[in-house]
Ligand binder design. Structure first.
Ligand code: ADP
Length: 294
């Protein structure tokens, strides 16, 4: 296919070694893009493909992977190049042989995430916007975390839900949650930590030495509790992971309430991406949150 010739040519230019896509294999498991392994005798690369308009999404993903890679806390695939033609956009990453667990792997993931969360920025947000799933994620930098979460995370998703026709109770509970948000942060001032941003069980694995690998991030700087909360939303993280994390970076007891504020963002995003099945869940979360402060 013509696209692979173009992608291989860009790989050759970026790596400085002539590369031909002799073998192209589909890789399953992704949610948003088509994923492939392309290889010749000597080298292989992981390639994501999507429609041409998705190039900014891939540019942001590459920047996010570079940001985590610079933290040196956890392994991520190194981006090599990205581009588009009339038909498709692509992102080429280092290929990592995934899925080998060693005894200490989960603990290493917990300790590595804690180290990543000790990488701080001056402000919340990031130097660029990105996406969460297919939804834009706005990262305008702010010094006030509650204001950031109110406007750019929950408020943004609630506005999107309104535009998608989800009105009534969802919106009245949403308005109340937004106006009461500061009450959940009475005794705590979160720091702008480097976050993965989309840390569910499908976005980490282990390399061929059992070392943890993160991929598919939605990077920004924010309260580390937001990353931790998402690990609990769909499960997939073990006790060893949590005890290693807590050992390196203890967690405030108020997290048990605040995690619902953080996961509400992802549940609202699921409502906007996948439809009304998530409406009840979002409303129940807001009801529980509002009960906490009454
Ligand atoms: P999507 O953006 O479509 O959600 P992912 O980034 O989650 O795609 O990748 C899909 C799957 O491909 C992952 O579940 C993982 O198993 C595998 N994968 C991701 N990155 C790499 C990589 N660099 N090398 C090898 N396999 C990878």
């Amino acid at each position: 296919m013509q696209d692979w010739t173009e992608i291989a040519a860009q790989i050759s230019t970026s790596s400085g070694r002539l590369f031909n896509a002799e073998k192209v294999n589909v890789i399953g498991g992704g949610c948003i893009n088509q994923a492939y392994c392309i290889a010749n005798q000597e080298e292989r690369y992981f390639v994501k493909l999507n429609q041409a308009a998705s190039l900014p999404m891939f540019e942001a993903e590459a920047a996010g992977l570079q940001e985590i890679s610079q933290s040196a806390a956890l392994r991520v695939p190194i981006p090599l190049c990205w581009g588009k033609n009339d038909r498709v956009a692509w992102l080429v990453l280092e290929f990592i042989e995934l899925g080998h667990t060693a005894r200490s792997s989960a603990a290493e993931l917990g300790a590595g995430l804690a180290a990543m969360h000790r990488v701080y920025a001056e402000q919340f947000g990031w130097v660029r916007n990105n996406t969460i799933g297919n939804t834009p994620q706005i990262n305008t930098q702010k010094s006030d975390w509650v204001d950031f979460w109110r406007k750019l995370r929950l408020g943004y998703q609630l506005d999107l839900a309104k535009a998608n026709g989800y009105n009534g109770k969802l919106q009245s509970l949403g308005a109340q949650t937004l106006s009461d948000l500061h009450l959940f942060f009475d005794n705590i001032s979160p720091q702008p930590s480097l976050l993965h941003g989309d840390l569910w069980g499908g976005n980490y694995s282990y390399d061929d030495t059992g070392k943890p690998v993160l991929f598919d991030p939605a990077v920004y700087y924010g309260d580390r509790e937001a990353d931790l909360a998402m690990t609990e939303l769909f499960g997939g993280f073990s006790n060893d992971f949590y005890s290693a994390y807590r050992h390196e970076y203890p967690i405030d007891s108020g997290y048990n309430v605040r995690k619902e504020i953080y996961n509400l963002y992802h549940v609202l995003n699921h409502l906007n991406l996948f439809g009304s099945g998530y409406r009840n869940q979002a409303e129940q979360m807001m009801n529980r949150l509002l009960t906490e402060i009454r």
